[in-house]
Design a protein around this ligand. Structure first.
Ligand code: SF4
Length: 603
């Protein structure tokens, strides 16, 4: 849809200052088309006087446009146009990387420039403000970085001032803003960079990379250190992540409630790799996306990973590349054509059904429709027996309540020594249905438990019943005492209670520790609130860990208490002036929780 023609045109004319305007050849070409295309590229050939045009009329025509652009002689060496193509394919990280590179090292790339706006005084009824591009010819590609940054800003302004083709126009803006964060950030222009990030976030509020860049910029602007893994979001890539290989993408499945399979927890990774309901196990493990994720990890970009929220990155528990090279994953690192033939770890989060409706997770009670349950049971019965013999560990159920889910209970029924002699089980539960009676219904799992984690979020009845909407504190306590007895007798090797800190509970974080000690917990886990259901505004009101929250300082004062440095306290604190868990220590705890032999000694 197109409207507000005049303001857009004027804004772009202004923004184009310093860039070349459309010339007669471009305007004549668009006259012939009759409408201003979303993207028009003029390809120049020094041996051929006639220019060639490649046109993307609207965002629905990108496939053909990308195919034709790819056939241009100098496209493979281009940076600007390849960046645009990556943005059209929603590969924002790669697009921004190319744009940053275009601003810092234009030499050795073909000549490519945008043309923005009509010449002064010229008016065209079709003019809509989108930039045009030209590539090739005999002109020099070299330009000072400062000039390239100014040009990039002009392109941003042009796309921001116009309208229409919003889905992909916003993707281009996201990529340019991220590129500018890196280009301006590498010149110490953090304030300016944050303005572009903020403007692009208005169009793409869920942009994982822009949020990360913004976080890093805010740290810099406040005079704080930027964690090594985030430095590349506001400047040059320091190569920090290249020293690690995350094994998740090589051996893990996480099945979420829709059936989408991911390589790790949903908010940590930007895309799924297949569908448990419709795809075979092999199709999922070796899908194009699964291979791309593995490739990005081997290359060290981790471009599908949420650098801001992945706990393994925050806590520094990613294994070193040289350690992983000695494991079976070494083959996958060395051979790009490697196929994953066995899934080692499964996170089963296939069913959101729960007996509660905790406000941080859902707005109402969720119980699956009977037809959905039947479909999921069919997938479990058909595919789980194929996975079980190779599985080392299963975590169940991170999405809803294990004992309230029919398909989760089916999984527990399928587990026995014959099918999966080496399997270890990590249970995640809200504890409110984890009674002795339920436990006794699944004898096959009793000697396979590795850990039980109870998501609690409170240290008193009032807060518990507010944040665990629908639960009774008294029956919860009764179940927790039963779990305590299983821990004391060694049937549960690791017992953990977790606490998602937020505005309603952060003042009882200390009391929660007392509760954990009393219940013989091995770990008290503190994690930041993630936004799963809230509007942006609601989330900002609840997320005390955010710098701008009115109670943030009070929150920091609480977590600076030395009691949070005890070995049993496992947290994701990554805030200025607060001691982080050292990477080595976090790794030791993580490994112990996965292999809790007493002789490995945690204390
Ligand atoms: S680094 Fe984090 S987000 Fe990326 S694959 Fe590993 S666990 Fe997942």
């Amino acid at each position: 849809m197109r409207f507000s023609l005049l303001p857009a045109m004027l804004a772009v004319q202004k923004a184009g200052a310093g860039c070349r305007h459309f010339d007669a050849q471009i305007t004549n070409q668009i006259d012939r088309i009759g409408e201003h295309p979303f993207i028009i590229v003029r390809s120049l050939d020094p041996h051929d006087a006639a220019a060639h045009f490649v046109v993307c009329q609207t965002q629905n025509d990108t496939s053909e446009f990308i195919r034709k652009l790819g056939a241009l002689p100098c496209f493979a060496q281009s940076k600007l146009l390849r960046a645009i193509v990556h943005a059209l394919q929603l590969d924002i990280y790669e697009a921004a990387d190319l744009l940053f590179s275009w601003t810092t090292s234009p030499v050795a790339t073909p000549y490519e420039r945008p043309l923005i706006g009509l010449p002064d005084g010229e008016r065209k009824p079709w003019f809509y403000g989108y930039p045009a591009y030209e590539i090739g010819g005999s002109k020099s590609a070299a330009n000072a970085p400062e000039r390239q940054i100014t040009t990039l800003i002009s392109i941003f302004e042009a796309y921001d001032a116009t309208d229409g083709n919003n889905r992909l126009r916003f993707a281009i803006l996201e990529a340019i803003a991220f590129g500018l964060c890196r280009a301006l950030g590498s010149n110490g222009r953090f304030e300016e960079a944050s303005i572009f990030a903020d403007r692009a976030l208005r169009h793409s509020p869920h942009s994982m990379h822009l949020k990360t860049a913004m976080h890093a910029l805010q740290l810099r602007l406040a005079g704080n250190e930027v964690p090594a893994r985030l430095v590349k979001f506001i400047g040059h890539d320091n190569g920090y992540l290249k020293q690690f290989i995350c094994p998740h993408a090589f051996e893990n499945f996480e099945i979420n409630h829709t059936g989408e399979v991911l390589t790790c927890a949903g908010p940590w990774i930007s895309t799924g790799i297949g569908d448990f309901l419709t795809d075979s196990v092999d199709q999922i493990a070796n899908s194009t996306t699964a291979k791309e994720i593995r490739k990005s990890i081997v290359a060290g970009s981790y471009k599908f990973c949420n650098h801001l929220e992945c706990a393994r990155m925050i806590q520094g528990t990613l294994p070193k590349r040289e350690e992983v090279e000695k494991t079976p994953i070494g083959d996958a690192i060395a051979r790009p054509d490697h196929r994953v033939d066995a899934v080692k770890e499964l996170v089963y989060a296939f069913d959101k059904s729960c007996n509660l409706s905790c406000p941080s997770c859902r707005s109402e009670l969720i119980a699956e429709k009977a037809s959905t349950t039947i479909e999921k049971m069919r997938a479990v019965e058909e595919k789980l027996p194929l996975l079980l013999p190779n599985l080392r560990a299963i975590e169940i159920n991170a999405s809803g309540e294990l004992f309230a889910s029919r398909s989760s209970r089916k999984v527990l029924e399928l587990i026995d020594d014959e099918r999966c002699p080496n399997l270890r089980i990590d249970i995640i539960s809200n504890g409110t249905l984890f009674s002795e009676e339920e436990w006794n219904k699944f004898p096959g799992i009793h000697d396979k438990i590795r850990s039980v984690r109870i998501s609690t979020d409170a240290a008193c009845k009032t807060t518990f019943e507010k944040l665990r909407r629908g639960a009774s504190y008294e029956s919860f306590l009764k179940n927790v005492l039963f779990l305590r007895s299983l821990r004391v007798s060694g049937i549960i090797p690791v017992l953990m209670f977790s606490f998602t800190y937020q505005v309603d509970n952060f003042r009882e974080m200390r009391e929660f520790l007392d509760f954990c000690y009393e219940m013989k917990a091995d770990f008290a886990i503190f994690e930041r609130l993630l936004n799963m259901v809230f509007s942006d505004r609601e989330y900002r009101q609840k997320a005390v860990h955010h710098t701008g929250h009115p109670m943030h300082e009070e929150f920091l004062a609480i977590i600076r208490d030395p009691i949070f440095r005890a070995w049993r306290v496992w947290h994701d604190f990554d805030y200025p002036g607060v001691e982080k868990i050292a990477a080595q220590e976090a790794k030791r705890r993580f490994e112990w929780s996965k292999d809790p032999r007493p002789e490995k000694g945690l204390i």
